[in-house]
Ligand binder design. Structure first.
Ligand code: NAD
Ligand code: ZN
Length: 376
C-alpha cells in the first residue's frame, strides 16, 4: 500500500489553468449552544410568509411524547410529522410526504424543519427540494439535477457524526440506486446546533454515528483528492474525535465536541471525498439494509491494509467503549449476493479514485472486495 502522498505524486500533471474547481454552498446561518433550541421560534418568525403558509416539522419519532415535542415552536396551521429513523430515507417516502403536504395545504409551506439524525436531516432536505421541483425524487438522484430553489429549510441534528447538517447532499435509496440529491439547493438555509439534544442517544448508536465522522476524517485525510481546504477541517475533526473517543471528557464537553467534529468532518469531505469503507458500506446497505454508521464500522475494521493508523485508532476506541459488532452478517450470502455488493461498491468511481488514485482499477479487484465482505 502506497502512502497517500506517493499516490498523489503519481497522478498525471494537471494543467491548473484548465482545472475546474468546485464552487459549493455553505450553510449561511448557524446557531450553536446549549438551550439554543428555545430560539427556534424567533429564528423561524421572519421566514413565515403568512399564517396560511405553515412550517412543517419532520421529527424523529424517538421524540414523540418526549419533552422536546412540547418545545417545538409551532404556530397557526403548522404541522408536526413524526417519522421513524428505523430505515434510511427512501425516494418513495419523500414523494409521499410531498404529496401529503401539498394535499393538506393550499400554499407552499414557509419552510421545512428536520429534527433528528442523518435520516431525518436528509429526508427534510429532500422534501424541501421536491416541494418546488416537478416529478419524483428518484429523478434528482445524482449531481446538479435540481433546477429550482427549494423551500427554506432548517436542520436540527439530535445525534452527531454524519455531517448531513452541512453537506450538499440528501442520500436516498431509490428503486435502483442509493444515491444523494447533490445540489446547491440541498444545503440547509439554517442549522441549529444544541448539544442538549444529544443527551438521550444510546451508547451503541452514539459510537456508530460518531465513527461515521471518524471514518470521514481518515478517508478524506488519506485520499488523493485532499487539498489544504479539506485537510484543515479534517485534521480539526480528527483531533476532536480522538478527544471524545479516547479521553475521559465530561459528558457535556464530549457532546459539544462531537457536534463540532461532525460539522468539520462534513466540511472536510465537501471538498474531497470519502473512500473504501464508504464504497463498501454502500454495498451492504443496498443489499441488506445495514445502516450507514454500523455498515462503515463493519467494513472499516477490516481495512488495515489501506488505513493502518486509522484502523489501529478505531480498534482502541472500540475497545475503550466495549462495543461489540454483530458478526456473520454476510455468512449466508450467495455468490450472486456478493456480486451485487461488489458491483454497487465498485460503481462509486470517485470514492475509489480518492482512495487509491486515478489508476484505482489496477489496484483493487472484485475478489479482494469479496474476501473483505466474507469477513463481515
Ligand atoms: P439516524 O438518523 O439513522 O438515527 C439512528 C438512531 O438514533 C435512530 O434510531 C434514531 O431514532 C436515534 N436517535 C437520533 N437522535 C436521538 C436522540 N437524541 N436520542 C435518542 N435516539 C436518537 O442516524 P445517523 O447515523 O445520524 O444517520 C444515518 C443516515 O445519515 C443514513 O441514512 C445515511 O445515509 C445518512 N448520511 C447522510 C450524509 C449526508 O451528507 N447527507 C452523510 C452521512 C450519512
Ligand atoms: Zn458517512
Amino acid at each position: 500500500m502506497k502512502l497517500e502522498k506517493e499516490l498523489r505524486e503519481e497522478k498525471p500533471v494537471i494543467n491548473h489553468v484548465a482545472t475546474s474547481y468546485k464552487n459549493f454552498p455553505m450553510v449561511p446561518k448557524v446557531i450553536f449552544g446549549r438551550g439554543s433550541f428555545n430560539q427556534l421560534g424567533e429564528i423561524l418568525l421572519p421566514e413565515r410568509r403568512n399564517s396560511d403558509a405553515p412550517f412543517i416539522f419532520l421529527v424523529d419519532d424517538f421524540f414523540h411524547g418526549k419533552e422536546l415535542e412540547q418545545r417545538i415552536p409551532w404556530l397557526f396551521n403548522d404541522q408536526i410529522i413524526f417519522i421513524s429513523a428505523g430505515e434510511e430515507p427512501k425516494t418513495g417516502q419523500v414523494d409521499a410526504l410531498v404529496d401529503k403536504i401539498k394535499n393538506n395545504f393550499d400554499e407552499l409551506p414557509s419552510g421545512i424543519v428536520g429534527i433528528g439524525g442523518g435520516t431525518l436531516l436528509d429526508l427534510a432536505k429532500a422534501v424541501a427540494i421536491m416541494l418546488t421541483n416537478n416529478g419524483n425524487s428518484e429523478n434528482y438522484q445524482g449531481w446538479d439535477l435540481v433546477t429550482k430553489k427549494s423551500v427554506y429549510h432548517v436542520g436540527v441534528p439530535t445525534i452527531s457524526g454524519t455531517g448531513a447538517e452541512v453537506s450538499r447532499t440528501a442520500v436516498l435509496s431509490g428503486p435502483d440506486k442509493k444515491l444523494g440529491i447533490n445540489s446547491d439547493y440541498t444545503t440547509y438555509d439554517q442549522v441549529l446546533l444544541d448539544p442538549d439534544l444529544l443527551s438521550t442517544v444510546p451508547k451503541e448508536q452514539w459510537f456508530y454515528t460518531g465513527m461515521d465522522c471518524f471514518i470521514h476524517c481518515i478517508e478524506s485525510l488519506n485520499g488523493t483528492y485532499l487539498n489544504a481546504f479539506s485537510q484543515s477541517y479534517g485534521e480539526k475533526s480528527l483531533d476532536l474525535c480522538k478527544e471524545v473517543f479516547l479521553n475521559e471528557l465530561p459528558k457535556e464537553e464530549a457532546e459539544e465536541k462531537l457536534m463540532m467534529a461532525s460539522w468539520h468532518g462534513g466540511m472536510s469531505i465537501a471538498y474531497s471525498q470519502v473512500g473504501i469503507a464508504h464504497a463498501m458500506s454502500y454495498g451492504l446497505s443496498y443489499l441488506l439494509g445495514v445502516k450507514h454508521g454500523l455498515g462503515n464500522c463493519l467494513v472499516f475494521q477490516h481495512l488495515n491494509e489501506f488505513y493502518p493508523e486509522g484502523v489501529e485508532l478505531f480498534n482502541k476506541m472500540k475497545e475503550k467503549h466495549n462495543i461489540i459488532f454483530p458478526k456473520g452478517i454476510c455468512a449466508t450470502l450467495s455468490d450472486e449476493d456478493f456480486d451485487i455488493m461488489t458491483t454497487v461498491s465498485l460503481s462509486m468511481d470517485a470514492l475509489w479514485e480518492n482512495a487509491l488514485g486515478y489508476n484505482w482499477k489496477e489496484k483493487i479487484s472484485t475478489e479482494k472486495l469479496k474476501s473483505i465482505y466474507k469477513k463481515i
